[in-house]
Design a binder for this molecule. Structure first.
Ligand SMILES: Nc1ncnc2c1ncn2[C@@H]1O[C@H](COP(=O)(O)OP(=O)(O)OP(=O)(O)O)[C@@H](O)[C@H]1O
Ligand SMILES: [Mg+2]
Length: 469
């Protein structure tokens, strides 16, 4: 509903929601006063049985304001916007003076996301989107239902055309692959959180998925665990200085006096329908990125120039993934991942890029319990997950310079169960891997959560940096 009556008054999304309203009847703006902070809102005057109003909001272009005008009937019947214009500051101030003379008063500057100054299309967008998404979900369900193996009219299954079985992971049905020697082992302690559903759906849709996030956040294991459960073979190729373009694309070699071509990981995965994880893609050589770019389209083909321009078409089960620590939204942490290359936006735009954060403390405690069952107790797990969360908060504040990964937490917890001593376990699992300053701070966090025995009462710390703290 559009109008300027009481609760029905249009309201705004602006950067300046905390502003103090300026009433043109009582105040004169000083030169130093920003219009954005003082003058936005609805100005209204009652005249006879009608309410006339002007609405002032921030326009799209800098230093401009949008003015809308309308006349509503007093009984609550709203009229249309009959004027909609964009003005500069000088013009706006002149208008405000005029409105003051004419008896307009600022009546509303509140923000309400459901009542906005935009067009009807703006309000209509979300309901239309919800309807479209519901229709898409229904057709997806139908598609999944059709995937159940069906028999032909003779009661036989046609091996080629038979729809494959699928397995539900999170809320998503993932078509199963053919059993393969390279299917990863299932980690029964692996926790699929709700936020993974979008990623898993992208895998089903054959999108190119790049996972970015700190070390040990679970990027590689997410893909491996989806593959493990849906029985797809996985090839991994690490770009951190170990992989040459020959390893990646292929090379000629002499074997038994014969010159033969050996496929690299990319054509192998494409031909055999494997899932290829390009780990640490932000360290890849340009020649590898160039080869990859060709297959970033869902049905993109690879041309093996070295092999007489042989064309490799992707098997329908082929999937391509990349992981990185410091690209896109993670670029701010590049100093932690030295040598990482910036990836250009055109390259990133060819991927769905998901930022994977560490698990929540509750989820991480569950993972600890499952991974280290039956010895890990709920109380121990909760405390350890809280320590990890505090270390990450210190890292986010830049008090700590090292991230605290789930991998590190699991390693520490496992060693702690073996030694019965958190400090001794923290030596090789944590302290020896970080700077003395970070070790001291982490120890402080640990002591905050755990009443450690004092040094000297028989416990041997392996801490390499600061044994006396
Ligand atoms: N959701 C999870 N459930 C259970 N364990 C997890 C989960 N996420 C991460 N882990 C644990 O953390 C370990 C590290 O995860 P992973 O190797 O996937 O991290 P990564 O993000 O690929 O790290 P890097 O950037 O260093 O390669 C895994 O081996 C697993 O034990
Ligand atoms: Mg990894």
């Amino acid at each position: 509903m559009r109008g300027a009556h009481g609760n029905a008054a249009p309201r705004y999304h602006t950067e300046s929601d905390t502003r103090q309203p300026f009433n043109p009847l009582t105040m004169t703006p000083s030169a130093s006063t920003s219009i954005e902070e003082t003058l936005l809102g609805v100005y209204r005057r009652d005249a006879d049985s009608r309410v006339e109003w002007w609405r002032v909001s921030v326009a799209d272009r800098p230093q401009t304001w949008r003015l809308e005008h309308g006349i509503d009937a007093s009984e609550g019947i709203t009229g249309p916007v009959d004027m909609d214009l964009v003005v500069d500051e000088e013009n706006l101030r002149a208008k405000l003076k005029k409105w003051r003379r004419e008896g307009f008063v600022l009546v509303s500057d509140e923000v309400d996301s459901t009542q906005t100054s935009g067009s009807d299309e703006r309000a209509a967008f979300m309901p239309a989107l919800r309807r479209a998404a519901a229709a898409m979900a229904a057709s997806r369900l139908e598609r999944n239902a059709r995937r159940i193996p069906a028999r032909d009219s003779h009661g036989n299954r046609d091996a080629e055309s038979e729809p494959r079985e699928s397995v539900r992971i999170g809320q998503i049905d993932v078509p199963c692959g053919l059993r393969h020697a390279l299917v990863p082992d299932i980690n029964p302690a692996y926790l699929f959180s709700d936020r993974f559903d979008d990623i898993i759906e992208d895998i089903v849709e054959n999108q190119r998925v790049m996972l970015i996030g700190h070390t040990g956040a679970g990027k590689t294991s997410l893909i491996e665990q989806v593959a493990a459960r849906s029985m797809h073979g996985v090839l991994r190729s690490n770009m951190n200085g170990q992989t040459t373009v020959g390893d990646f694309v292929g090379f000629w070699t002499v074997k038994g006096g014969e010159t033969i071509w050996v496929d690299g990981v990319l054509p192998s995965a494409m031909r055999e329908g494997l899932w290829l994880i390009v780990d640490e893609i932000d360290f890849a050589e340009p020649s590898i990125l160039a080869a990859l770019t060709a297959v970033l389209e869902p049905r993109g083909r690879l041309v093996l120039k070295e092999k007489g321009n042989e064309v490799v078409a992707p098997h329908p089960s082929f999937r391509l993934f990349a992981t990185a620590n410091a690209v896109g939204a993670m670029s701010q942490f590049r100093h932690l991942y030295q040598g990482a290359n910036l990836m250009n936006e055109a390259f990133l735009d060819r991927w769905r890029v998901y930022m994977l954060d560490y698990l929540s403390p509750a989820d991480e405690a569950d993972v600890l319990m499952k991974t280290l069952a039956p010895h890990m107790t709920r109380g121990l797990a909760d405390t350890l997950a809280a320590i990890a969360a505090d270390c990450r908060a210190a890292f986010a504040r830049e008090d700590l310079s090292s991230a605290f990964s789930t991998r590190r937490l699991l390693d520490w917890a496992g060693l702690m169960l073996r030694t019965g001593d958190p400090e001794r376990a923290a030596g090789p699992a944590i302290y020896a891997k970080v700077s003395p300053e970070d070790a001291a701070l982490i120890r402080g966090i640990v002591r905050h959560h755990i009443a450690l025995p004092d040094v000297g009462d028989g416990h041997d710390s392996q801490d390499q940096h600061d044994q006396r703290d």
